[in-house]
Design a protein around this ligand. Sequence first.
Ligand SMILES: [Zn+2]
Length: 351
Amino acid sequence: MKAARLHEYGKALVLEDVPVPDIKPDEVLVQVKACGMCRSDAQLVDGYFRPYNDIPTPITVGHEMAGLVHAIGSGVAKATRLEEGDHVVVAPGWGDGTCRHCQIGNTHICPNVRWPGFGPYGGFAEFVPVPARYLVKADRRLKFEELAPLTDAGMTPYRGIKKLRDAGSLGPNRVLGVFGIGGLGGYAVQYARLLGGGATVVAFARNDDKLAVAREYGVDHAINISGKSSADIAKELRNATGQGDLDAIIDCAGAAAMVQLGFSLLSISGHYVDVGLVGDRIDVPLLPRVNREQTFQGSYWGNNTDLSEVVALAAQGRIRHTIEVIAFDQLNEYLDLMRAGEIVGRAVMTF
Ligand SMILES: [Zn+2]
């Protein structure tokens, strides 16, 4: 089968032919039809994660997968009702199934989690072995290239905004800021509408083309922050919404300067959820966090429940997609475009 593999950190992926993987009794062999490209793919190649987890090479990159059930392991329970030819998406955080996080369904934050695309097998390959319990069946009418990004770009901000909702920071008299309108932000602005309970939604980004996507998806206001001071941005926010601060933030960038901007705009009792990982450090004044009783919360990817919910929203036609379909042999070219921040929406490789 074709596979795009990282053999040496910092070098281009090697596009090569490798054997089709075997499956264990509890696994399903998925024929990959589409795999989205994530910023973290470029970060993996560039070594961003090595201080945290130095994954041995070769690594088959790609974790946003949709495809077909090709073969089913002998031990897979009949109760899964999986059949060859089923359309499926892959929930990517594979836990050990035994810890307290796994026991309540949060397998993606299991201390022994495994991730496809960060080891021997991944989605930029024609076949991938997947434990059966991490497959979610999808409506056959949905396109693979639209399903694939739901497993990360289309799920991660969904989980993040659920945290804002559960914290009580959304509602008709609240202003929600969406920071960064890249692969994740294009979905975040839609979930801000679906889960926001009537909150005013404001998009913040540096790129007018990306802000145009946010406008198309129904944000109330879009603010280009490029070259502006936080005081100027607060003034623009006040002119647009009647208040110069944000009750809630979903940060889909996580860039150092944007995090500082976000905290400078966060209201009393504001709730800041970060899902973005462009930067690696935050440096913000402490006192306003304490005497304004603010909350910063990380939100990481999503679990089977989150994925099942976004797949259901997609089946209801309530999610719009900004997708650029690319070919297997364009992967390295698009990793470069990803590094340069020049992809609007999500690049998705299809076989
Ligand atoms: Zn676990």
